[in-house]
Design a protein around this ligand. Structure first.
Ligand code: NI
Length: 174
């Protein structure tokens, strides 16, 4: 089921998500909904708080840019190692239409639990490494604009408020 994506600023997007205690069918359904929502919005990553669920779950699919990649769901992801530096013009499904350069580690080592409940470790580089850092930020109440200057962030905040007002107007009242 495609879920509604929260638009920044939203109090939920500032909260720290809780670890998933056990990987059950409810979590697997959440993962399924997150993939559907991400593909529907043509994104390459989505974190559970973006659909209003404060649990440590992210989904990623960077195949448009990295054909060797694959769809990955990470439960309770933990960044174990960060190496090097890179910059990339990031966007976010919760901040539509905006893109700004953000500095990140170039290579990450991440440990997570997969939807079958198995612990996995992955070393990622390129766009996948950036997406993993962007999505795990969401689990800690951080969005990419938090990495920008106050000036840039406040301009984006104004545009998002306008966007939200426009969307509220076109939404049916029932
Ligand atoms: Ni995002």
């Amino acid at each position: 089921m495609v879920r509604e994506i929260l638009i920044w600023p939203d109090p939920i997007l500032k909260k720290t998500a809780a670890p998933v205690a056990s990987v059950d069918d409810k979590v697997r359904k959440l993962v399924e909904d997150m993939f559907e929502t991400m593909y529907d919005a043509e994104g390459i990553g989505l974190a559970a708080p973006q659909i209003g669920v404060l649990q440590r779950v992210i989904v990623l699919d960077t195949r448009p840019r990295q054909p060797e990649s694959r769809p990955i769901a990470m439960i309770n992801p933990e960044l174990l190692e960060l190496h090097g530096k890179t910059t990339y013009e990031e966007g976010c499904l919760s901040i539509p239409g905006e893109a700004e350069e953000v500095e990140r580690a170039a290579v990450v080592k991440v440990r997570y639990v997969d939807p079958d409940g198995n612990e996995q470790t992955l070393v990622a580089d390129g766009l996948l490494a950036i997406a993993i850092q962007h999505e795990t930020d969401h689990l800690n109440g951080t969005v990419f604009v938090d990495h920008l200057s106050t000036l840039k962030r406040e301009l984006i905040r104004k545009r998002m408020k306008r966007l939200k007002a426009e969307r509220a107007e076109v939404r049916p009242q029932a």
